[in-house]
Design a protein around this ligand. Structure first.
Ligand code: HAM
Length: 416
């Protein structure tokens, strides 16, 4: 039996690769003073229906008990932002503002699979709540850039395409559009680069707008007054080279309000690596106006990132070096004489208690076989317990160098 399409098994090698990504994400988040949180895997469908909008709502997996399928009305979480908004509004007073929170959950979306698109994926979320100034937008985009630099990716590999829903809002209103039609208009803009102009013309007709007018605005590269301080904040950090002003970005989800952005690889082989922006009205919407806090954040998926790491040789080499470090054991205890097994077990225990990663053969095996296992497990040293007892042989596997060590001095010999 195989997994359902789009879901993933994580064999130990896959798990190690996933852990590489999650570990780096956590390291960078800590460097920026973000704290980790999490929510439930199953949420109520209503949480997303109004708040997320767009395609996402039709992509949710519903959850029910086999005995009573209709009992729960739950869905597997497809994203984090509504959960975060729910959690923050419930206990808003307990947290000092601005709040800088991150999480690394797995999400589920019933999407058509393709490169970088699965039905289960991990996504780093970083969000800042309670700070209306552009200093927060710059800080958020700075952490986003550093999240990718941590993997050995550079300005040559990816860019942040920075845009603004406010700019599009003004464009729409100035062209005679009504605020209640805004989201429909954003969705047309979101697809304008992909759809043929005739199709966009047709969709825009009811707003008295043309594909040409939308495409002309999209291609203007001048930052709006809202974006200028964000760009300045990034320039001051030396990160300006990662930014492209690009009004083609509007984001599909309904809740975004101001600055929005997506990250793409420069070669454009992949779908977006990450996306986010301001959602200043969501917390108020979630709490029926009781908690009105500005917020902004982004999500970065593991699938697209893993593809890009594979594509960039320096990033792949950095990952492979990390994976090697993470090998299963440091020291392999070779039981060269079965009569000495209980001494070997005592040694294994002593080394493990001292924090070493240690393995040994559970049953009798030829010494040559044991060395093969040691190599396979990535051990750097083998300790032979045999004829020389109460001395043991310590062998450095890379150089084949051997020294004889009295058992009482083994910890010093192994550099502890
Ligand atoms: P999103 O654009 O839906 O945003 O997802 C962000 C990233 O998650 C995408 O750029 C992509 O890398 C990854 N991703 C999304 N769907 C899939 C999939 N089916 N398979 C693999 N990777 C995927 C959000 O989810 C927002 N809630 C982000 C956010 C946080 N905005 C504010 N705070």
């Amino acid at each position: 039996m195989q997994t359902l399409p789009g879901f993933r098994d994580f064999y130990p090698d896959d798990c190690a690769r996933r852990n590489y990504i999650l570990t780096k994400w956590r390291e960078v988040a800590r460097r920026y003073g973000f704290v980790e949180y999490d929510g439930p895997v199953v949420e109520s469908m209503a949480l997303y229906e109004k708040k997320s909008g767009g395609e996402l709502v039709g992509q949710m997996f519903t959850v029910g008990a086999t005995a009573d399928p209709g009992s729960l009305k739950g869905v597997l979480r497809p994203e984090m932002t509504p959960t975060l908004a729910r959690m923050v509004t419930a206990r808003e007073r307990d947290f000092k503002k601005p709040m800088k929170w991150f999480c690394v959950p797995n999400f589920f979306r019933h999407e058509r699979q393709g490169r970088g698109r699965l039905r289960e994926f991990y996504q780093l979320n970083c969000d800042i709540v309670g700070e209306p100034t552009p200093a927060a937008d710059a800080e958020l985009i700075a952490i986003l850039i550093d999240m990718l630099r941590a993997f050995g990716l550079t300005e040559a590999d990816f860019a942040v395409r920075l845009s603004s829903r406010t700019a599009w809002q003004q464009f729409f209103i100035q062209s005679g559009g009504k605020p209640e039609d805004e989201y429909e208009f954003f969705q047309i803009v979101d697809k304008a680069e992909r759809n043929p102009p005739e199709k966009t013309d047709e969709l825009l007709r009811k707003f008295n707008l043309t594909a040409q007018a939308v495409l002309d605005f999209m291609r203007s590269k001048t930052p709006t007054a809202e974006l200028v301080p964000v760009v300045e904040g990034l320039n001051a950090r030396g990160l300006g080279g990662f930014i492209d002003i690009d009004y083609a970005i509007v984001r599909g989800l309904a809740y975004y309000t101001g600055v929005v952005f997506e990250v793409f690889d420069r070669s454009k082989n992949e779908r977006a690596l990450a996306g986010g922006g301001r959602y200043d009205k969501l917390l108020s919407l979630m709490s029926d106006g009781k908690v009105d806090l500005p917020a902004l954040g982004f999500g970065m998926g593991d699938v697209v990132l893993a593809n890009l790491i594979d594509d960039v040789p320096a990033a792949a080499a950095q990952r492979d070096a990390w994976l090697k470090q993470e090998r299963a054991c440091d020291i392999y205890v070779v039981v060269a004489k079965e009569e000495r097994r209980s001494d070997a077990l005592a040694l294994v225990q002593q080394l493990r208690d001292a924090g070493q990663r240690v393995d040994f053969p559970l049953t009798a095996a030829k010494v040559g076989k044991q060395f093969q296992t040691a190599e396979l497990l990535g051990a750097t040293r083998a300790v032979l317990v045999g004829d020389e007892w109460p001395q043991v042989k310590v062998k450095t596997l890379a150089t084949r160098e051997e020294i004889l060590v009295p058992i009482g001095e083994i910890k010093t010999a192994l550099g502890q």
